[in-house]
Design a protein around this ligand. Structure first.
Ligand code: FMN
Length: 190
């Protein structure tokens, strides 16, 4: 698949078929993640691949509670109709864990280092594109309390769970949310 076609055609998928995704395919997607750039090539990511139903159920419970919390704190009514069932129905969940120590010179910034988060985000996007090129759907999911996810996935306090990637065959095509033209977002200092 052409790279530009992949970037434009990738969509967030929130409904998955139950068909399993084999481990070689998951590893191919993870490997694509590891080709992302990172500060001083520190590769600050780790992955936990969840296919166990009981663990997916725990992740779903947390996501659903967090959805309710989000509705309360934001007052956004649409969250009442937003369902997070994909967290338990996706055949695979990849948790992306960042290591704040692996953030390069960025760590000397007054406000602390965030380079590791950027690198993990780049890895996540690579994985989304790789999955899309393989005919699979993904969702970048962040509606969770980090402490709860640490406990569920046995992650030490010094590492940061940054995202859950829901992965599987899409149950239906997802419409493309519109994008503004790059020109609208750009200033040229010529
Ligand atoms: C950092 C980040 C966090 C996101 N968190 C969520 C999330 O918690 N739940 C969700 O349904 N989508 C989440 N998304 C997906 C966005 O809603 C989605 O990318 C956006 O609406 C554009 O749609 P598209 O991905 O189909 O182009 C997240 C995306 C990013 C980049």
């Amino acid at each position: 698949m052409d790279l530009f076609e992949a970037m434009e055609g990738r969509r967030s998928c929130r409904a998955f078929l139950p068909d399993p995704v084999d481990e070689d395919t998951v590893l191919k997607i993870l490997q694509a993640g590891t080709w992302a750039p990172s500060p001083m090539n520190a590769q600050p990511w780790e992955f936990v691949v969840v296919t166990r139903d009981a663990v997916k159920k725990e992740l779903f419970n947390e996501a659903d509670q967090r959805r309710e919390w989000g509705q309360e704190v934001s007052g956004w009514k649409w969250l009442g109709g937003y369902r997070v069932d994909f967290v338990k129905s996706a055949p695979v969940i990849i948790a992306v864990i960042g290591d704040p120590k692996k953030t390069g010179l960025d760590s000397f910034q007054e406000e602390g280092g965030v380079g590791y988060q950027h690198a993990c985000a780049a890895a996540i996007q690579n994985m989304h594109l790789a999955a899309h090129a393989l005919g699979l759907g993904t969702l970048w999911f962040t509606l969770f309390d980090r402490q709860v996810i640490r406990k569920t996935l046995d992650i030490p306090d010094e590492k940061t769970p940054l995202a859950l990637i829901c992965l599987g065959k899409p149950a239906k095509p997802s419409p493309a949310p519109p994008r503004k033209e790059a020109r609208e977002k750009t200033r040229f200092l010529r």
